[in-house]
Design a protein around this ligand. Structure first.
Ligand code: GAP
Length: 463
C-alpha cells in the first residue's frame, strides 16, 4: 500500500469518527474485531442508501415485491442451500506468531493471482512452493490450510445440544426462495418477477476487514429474479445494466468501478455465471456487488428437501416448471464505503482574507446526502436564533435538516462540508429587515439571497 493510499483510508476513517459517520464497535472495551457502529450522521446516510435502493428496485417497478423475513431460519434451509457443507474459508496459521490468515488472501496479496476455488491442499502447496512470508511477522512457517465454517451458530431452547443448533443467516437470499410460493400465491405475479429484501447477514470473518468493507455483521440488499430458463442470457445483461444505472443514481463515478466475470473454477457452488462490480477502494480493487445466475439450484433443492412443490404454472403455455433465478446482490456497508470514498474531496478554498486553505468536502449525490440543509444563524443573539428557528421549522418537515448555532460561521461551514450537506442557509441581521436568507451551495460555495417565503420552493427545485 502506498503512503498516499494509506493516508486516504486513515483520513476517511478519522473523518468518519470525528463527524459521527462510523465508530469502532464496543470501543470502550477495546473493540470487537470486524464490528463497527453507525453514528448520528452515518445512520442517515445508511438509511438514505437503503431507501433509495428500495425506491429504485421495488417501489418504482411493477415486477418486484419486497419481504422482511426472520434472520433465524430452520437449519434445514442451510443444509439444503449447501451452506452447512460448503460455506467456509480455508485458513492457515503462522506457527511463529500464531496469526490466523485466510489462505486465499495470502496468495492473492503475495502473488497477485486469484485464489478462489482452490482447495486447501492446493493453497498450502502454492504457499510452500512460493515461500510466501507471514504478513504479520515475516517468517515462513505455516500449518496446513484448513476449512472453517463461516456461519455463526447459536442454540434455540434451553439445552446446547447439536439438534438445537440454529444459524445466523449468512445471506438474505434464502428467505426469498423459501417464501417463493407464499409470495406467488399472495400476489399473483407472473414470471419474470422478483422478490427483494434488505436485512442483516452474519459471517464469522476472521481476517482484518479494511474498515467496514468486511465485517462479521453487515446488511445486504438482495433481489431474486425468477425467470424462464430460456431468457437467462438477455435478462442477465438487463440486470447488469440496471446495476450500473443504480450506481449512477447514487452518484458513484463510472471511472471508479469495473466489471469482472468469474472464471469457471471461481464460481460459487450454485452459479453458472457470475460477475462482480469491483470498486477501486484505496486498499485495492475489490468486490462491491455481484450478479449471479443461480439456475434452479435453490428452488430445486428446497423442493427436494422439504417435499413442497416449488413449480410455477405458466397458464398461457399450459406448462409447469421450476423457475431459474438471477440474483443481483448489493452490500449496504460496501455501498456506504464506496459512497464515502467517491465523495471525499480535498480542495483549496479562499479564506476571505486573500489566502486559501484546504477544504475537505464530502460531495455525496444529493439523494443520499445524510443532512440536506443546515440552518445557521450568524450569531447566537436571540433575535437571530429566533428567526433561524422559524426557518428551521419551515424547512425540517420537507428536508432532513440540522440547526447549528455553535462556533464561528466558518467552522460551521467546514463541519457541514465534511458531512456533505448540500445547502447551508444563513440567517443574518439583514434577514430581520428583508425577510431573506443566504443559501450556500456545498460544491461551488456560491451564495444566493432567497426570500424565506420562497425558500422551500427554491430548495425543492435545487434537489
Ligand atoms: N446471496 C449471495 C451472496 O450473499 P456474496 O457475494 O457472498 O453473495 C453479496 O455477498 C454482497 O454482500 C457482496 O457483494 C458484498 O457487497 C456484501 N458482503 C458480503 N460479505 C460481506 C462482509 N463480510 N462484510 C460486508 N459486506 C459483505
Amino acid at each position: 500500500m502506498t503512503k498516499e493510499v494509506e493516508n486516504m483510508m486513515d483520513k476517511i476513517v478519522s473523518l468518519a469518527k470525528r463527524r459521527g459517520f462510523v465508530f469502532p464497535g464496543s470501543e470502550i472495551y477495546g473493540g470487537l474485531a470486524n464490528t463497527w457502529d453507525y453514528g448520528p450522521v452515518g445512520v442517515e446516510l445508511k438509511n438514505n442508501i437503503k431507501q433509495a435502493w428500495w425506491n429504485f428496485f421495488v417501489k418504482n417497478r411493477e415486477d418486484i415485491v419486497g419481504i422482511d423475513a426472520a434472520i433465524l431460519m430452520n437449519s434445514k434451509v442451510w443444509e439444503s442451500s449447501g451452506h452447512v457443507a460448503g460455506f467456509n474459508d480455508a485458513l492457515i496459521d503462522c506457527r511463529a506468531c500464531q496469526a490466523r490468515i485466510r489462505a486465499d488472501h495470502l496468495i492473492e496479496d503475495a502473488l497477485e493471482m486469484k485464489a478462489e476455488g482452490l482447495t486447501p491442499k492446493d493453497m498450502t502447496k502454492i504457499i510452500v512452493e512460493n515461500k510466501i512470508k507471514c504478513p504479520v511477522c515475516g517468517k515462513i512457517d505455516f500449518t496446513e490450510a484448513r476449512k472453517f465454517g463461516l456461519m455463526f451458530k447459536t442454540f434455540q431452547g434451553v439445552t446446547e445440544e447439536d439438534k438445537n443448533i440454529i444459524y445466523l443467516r449468512p445471506e438474505t437470499a434464502q428467505a426469498m426462495f423459501v417464501n417463493f410460493k407464499n409470495v406467488l400465491n399472495s400476489t399473483n405475479k407472473k414470471i419474470p418477477f422478483g422478490i427483494a429484501q434488505i436485512g442483516k447477514s452474519f459471517r464469522n470473518e476472521i481476517t482484518p476487514g479494511n474498515f467496514i468493507f468486511r465485517t462479521v455483521e453487515f446488511e445486504q440488499m438482495e433481489l431474486e429474479y425468477f425467470i424462464d430458463e430460456k431468457d437467462w442470457e438477455k435478462l442477465f445483461e438487463y440486470w447488469q445494466n440496471e446495476m450500473a444505472n443504480w450506481l449512477d443514481h447514487i452518484g458513484i463515478k463510472k471511472e471508479n468501478y469495473s466489471i469482472r466475470e468469474h472464471d469457471k473454477d471461481e464460481l460459487s457452488h450454485y452459479s453458472k455465471k457470475t460477475i462482480d462490480f469491483e470498486y477501486n477502494f484505496p486498499f485495492g480493487t475489490k468486490e462491491l456487488y455481484g450478479l449471479a445466475y443461480r439456475t434452479d439450484f435453490d428452488l430445486m433443492n428446497h423442493q427436494n428437501a422439504s417435499g413442497q412443490n416449488m413449480e410455477y404454472f405458466d397458464v398461457e403455455n399450459n406448462r409447469k416448471y421450476i423457475p431459474h433465478v438471477l440474483e443481483p446482490t448489493f452490500g449496504v456497508d460496501r455501498t456506504f464505503l464506496a459512497a464515502m470514498v467517491d465523495a471525499y474531496t480535498e480542495e483549496e478554498a479562499p479564506t476571505g482574507d486573500g489566502k486559501t486553505e484546504t477544504r475537505v468536502v464530502m460531495k455525496f449525490a444529493k439523494n443520499i446526502a445524510p443532512i440536506k440543509v443546515a440552518i445557521l444563524p450568524l450569531s447566537k443573539k436571540e433575535e437571530l436564533s429566533g428567526k433561524a428557528k422559524e426557518v428551521f421549522d419551515l424547512v425540517k418537515t420537507e428536508f432532513n435538516s440540522q440547526y447549528d448555532e455553535s462556533q464561528s460561521i466558518g467552522k460551521r461551514y467546514r463541519r457541514q462540508d465534511e458531512i456533505g450537506t448540500p445547502y447551508c442557509v444563513t440567517v443574518d441581521f439583514e434577514s430581520l429587515e428583508d425577510g431573506a436568507v443566504t443559501v450556500r451551495d456545498r460544491d461551488t460555495m456560491k451564495q444566493e439571497r432567497v426570500k424565506i417565503e420562497e425558500l422551500v420552493k427554491w430548495l425543492k427545485k435545487a434537489f
